[in-house]
Every structure is written in structure tokens, then in C-alpha cells.
Design a protein around this ligand. Structure first.
Ligand code: ADP
Length: 398
């Protein structure tokens, strides 16, 4: 079975074509600057990437070009579009959708109703789905929501303690994000440990430019750090994470910022970038910290402390802990962050083998647990696209 996975952003369209029989990626690529010029980078597995500047006025035109590249004699991997069996769409916000779903008219209509709570990611996701329905109307299409992994979270953990009508009438509640990644890595960890996930209490740390931490008890998410938007939780590349909301009203009242300006500050100018004043990329911040830059050190400490706090809180919520997983750009690559997070966590049973942590192998599940430690600590490379392909295969075959 061949499955095309699409991830539409406001000006981008990422794609991967999977052969599910061999679990291989046949080709992948990214369309960028959609609506403002256009460029495509396309890579057939095992070949050099092909790049072109091409006018991409909308997601439909971008998808048409992607399909023609996938079928082209020179860069393609299939003879015709008819070889694609199903399409899986990454949809960051599924509102209160409980699980991945076959796309029907009513699913599209529901996604349109939640655009007001998802103004950035909703419209491009819907545009990607509509472009597919127009170009390949007979193909099964599946939507995989980042939020649906959190449909198992209890209301006491997703209702904010603000007047209840804001939840009831406006759906101002915590949703959680990165669910596809947390679901994938928790499943891979259970496989790596050779234990049923139903018997495990796991904390998954997805640490990238956007970061979130999730408590997975018996295979079900029971709490997560992101909330109504991906803004909540630990400090991120450019996002503040959780702050006292009065800071917002203070900035508006005393500095005259508009709501949009404050949102931009908290989303794009805060976090590691805001504190360090150097970069949102942790590599640059570590380089500066090594040269003695105090604000770089502070940014790192804020990040590490946020992660530690969540691990402690989620261990309490689960009444125990069997495993911690590190994933995404920072989690998979920054050994020093893993070491700092796991330092002085012996009370909880977390202890890592520092040698193995520093000399880890990239790209595979890698055990960094110290001998005799009560809690297993692993690096598990995330693969949201593959998880989407798996869901798509399952639902398309029904
Ligand atoms: P996004 O959330 O945008 O997908 P990533 O998961 O790529 O982001 O994470 C970006 C962060 O990961 C950056 O702070 C960067 O420093 C770190 N990172 C990514 N790749 C590496 C690498 N090979 N070595 C060290 N750090 C890395």
C-alpha cells in the first residue's frame, strides 16, 4: 500500500510518500513560500534532492506540482497517481475530535467551525484537504489530529479555572499538541522495552523549537504541558511557555501594546530567544554559554528547570514512573540537556549512564539508563509522518 502524507502550513506543504509494505519512505519534500512566490525541494530516497523555484499561488497548485514530481520519469517514484492508495493529512488542531478519522464532508465542516480557535493552522490544513479532494476525489483521505491523543485527559486537567462559561460556550480549554509524536514515541518505547504499553507509566519529552511534555499512563495521555494553544507549558525556542497572565494585561495597560503585539512578543520573541537575546537555536545558546554569556546560561537553566518540574508533576499525577523518553531536535541531539534534566533525579528513580548519553547513536531508539536505575530513560527518534501513515493505512483499509 502506498500512502501520501501531507502536512500543510500557512505557506508550506510538506509531503512524504510511504510504501507501507516495506515501511519505506519513497520520496519526500517541501513546498515553500506558497502564495508569495514558491519553491520546491523534492527528494527521491537514495537520490540527490531536486530544487526548483516555481510560482505556487495556492496549496492546490503546490499539490499538483508535487504529484507531477512523484510521477515524473526523472525524479518520480510511481508511474501514475493511481498508485497512491490513500492520503493522510496532519491536522494540528482537531478541536474535540476523539481520534483520527476518514475525511468526510462533515469532518471538513467541523474543522471549519473551529477555525476561530485555530486561526493559524486551521485554514492551510483545510486548504490542503480540499486540494486533495479536488485532485483525487476517489481516494480515501484520513485526518490525523495532534490533539486527539489528549481526548483521554480528564476534565480536571483540561478545564481552566476561569468562569465555566468560557469553556462551555467558547471552548476555551486545554487541548494539547504534538500528540502524534507523543503517541508514536510512547509506543516505540514500549516495543523497545518489550512490555505492553498498558503496563507502563511514561513521560515523553518532545523538545524541539516547540516543546511539550506528556504523561502517558497505560498507553493513554493523562496530562500534557501545552494547552489552549501551543503557547502553554515549558519555555520554547521563541515562545514564553506558561507565564502569569497578568503580565499580559500589565504590558497592555502600561506599555500600550495591542493584543496582537503582546501575542507576537510571547510567541515569536520570547523563550530561549527572548531570555538569551542570542537565538532560538539551542546550539547557538550553548556556544554562547560556553564563552561565559550569563543570559545564555539563564535561558538553558529555565528550559531545564521547566522540564524537571513537569517530570516531577507527572510522576505525582501517575503515582509512579517507569520510563522517560527524550525526542525531537533537542531531545534527540542535545546530550547536555538530557544530562542536566536527569541530574539529581535519583529520588524519582531516574539515573542515566553519562557515557552512553554522550556517545549515543542517532536515529534509533537508544537506551541511556544507568545500570540498576528504577526508571528507564531512552532517546526515541520521533516520526510523526510514519504515525500518520499507519493511521491512514488502518482507516483507509476499513
Ligand atoms: P521544530 O519544533 O521546529 O520541528 P526541531 O525539532 O528541529 O524543531 O528542534 C529544533 C531545536 O533542536 C533547536 O534548538 C536545535 O538546537 C536543536 N537541534 C536540532 N538538530 C540538532 C542537532 N543535530 N544537534 C544539536 N541540536 C539540534
Amino acid at each position: 500500500m502506498k500512502i501520501l502524507v501531507l502536512n500543510a502550513g500557512s505557506s508550506s506543504l510538506k509531503y512524504q510518500l510511504f510504501n507501507m509494505d516495506s515501511s519505506e519512505v519513497l520520496a519526500k519534500g517541501t513546498c515553500e513560500r506558497i502564495g508569495a512566490g514558491g519553491a520546491i525541494t523534492h527528494k527521491r530516497t537514495g537520490s540527490e534532492p531536486f530544487c526548483e523555484e516555481i510560482d505556487l499561488p495556492n496549496h492546490g497548485v503546490a499539490l499538483e506540482r508535487v504529484l507531477s514530481l512523484l510521477c515524473s520519469a526523472e525524479y518520480g517514484v510511481i508511474a501514475s497517481v493511481a498508485e497512491i492508495d490513500a492520503v493522510g493529512h496532519r491536522v494540528a488542531h482537531g478541536g474535540e475530535m476523539l481520534e483520527s478519522s476518514r475525511i468526510t464532508e462533515s469532518v471538513v465542516k467541523y474543522l471549519e467551525t473551529i477555525v476561530p480557535i485555530n486561526p493559524l493552522h486551521g485554514p492551510p490544513a483545510i486548504a490542503g484537504i480540499k486540494a486533495c479532494l479536488a485532485l483525487m476525489p476517489d481516494l480515501p483521505q484520513v485526518a490525523v489530529f495532534d490533539t486527539s491523543f489528549y481526548s483521554t485527559i480528564e476534565s480536571s486537567r483540561y478545564v481552566y479555572a476561569i468562569p465555566y462559561e468560557f469553556y462551555e460556550n467558547d471552548k476555551r480549554r486545554r487541548y494539547g499538541f504534538h500528540g502524534t509524536s507523543h503517541r508514536y514515541v510512547s509506543g516505540e518505547l514500549a516495543k523497545a522495552l518489550g512490555k505492553p504499553i498498558e503496563e507502563l507509566k511514561i513521560i515523553t519529552c518532545h523538545l524541539g523549537n516547540g516543546s511539550s511534555i506528556t504523561a502517558v499512563d497505560g498507553g493513554k495521555a493523562i496530562d500534557t504541558s501545552m494547552g489552549f494553544t501551543p503557547q502553554e507549558g515549558i519555555a520554547m525556542g521563541t515562545r514564553s511557555g506558561t507565564i502569569d497572565p497578568t503580565v499580559v494585561t500589565y504590558l497592555m495597560k502600561t506599555k500600550g501594546y495591542s493584543a496582537q503585539e503582546v501575542e507576537d512578543i510571547l510567541n515569536k520573541k520570547s523563550g530561549l530567544l527572548g531570555v538569551s537575546g542570542i537565538s532560538n537555536d539551542l546550539r547557538n545558546i550553548f556556544a554562547a554559554a560556553e564563552e561565559g554569556n550569563e543570559r545564555a546560561k539563564l535561558a538553558i537553566d529555565i528550559l531545564v528547570n521547566g522540564i524537571k518540574k513537569h517530570i516531577g508533576a507527572y510522576t505525582a499525577e501517575m503515582n509512579g514512573l517507569d520510563a522517560v523518553v527524550f525526542t525531537a531536535g533537542i531531545g534527540e541531539n542535545q546530550a547536555n540537556v538530557r544530562e542536566m534534566v536527569c541530574e539529581n533525579m535519583g529520588y524519582l528513580g531516574i539515573e542515566i549512564d553519562k557515557e552512553r548519553n554522550m556517545n549515543f547513536t542517532r536515529g534509533i531508539p537508544f537506551d541511556i539508563t544507568a545500570k540498576g536505575a528504577k526508571v528507564a530513560t531512552w532517546i526515541i527518534p520521533t516520526d510523526e509522518e510514519y504515525m500518520i501513515a499507519i493511521d491512514t493505512q488502518r482507516l483507509a483499509s476499513k
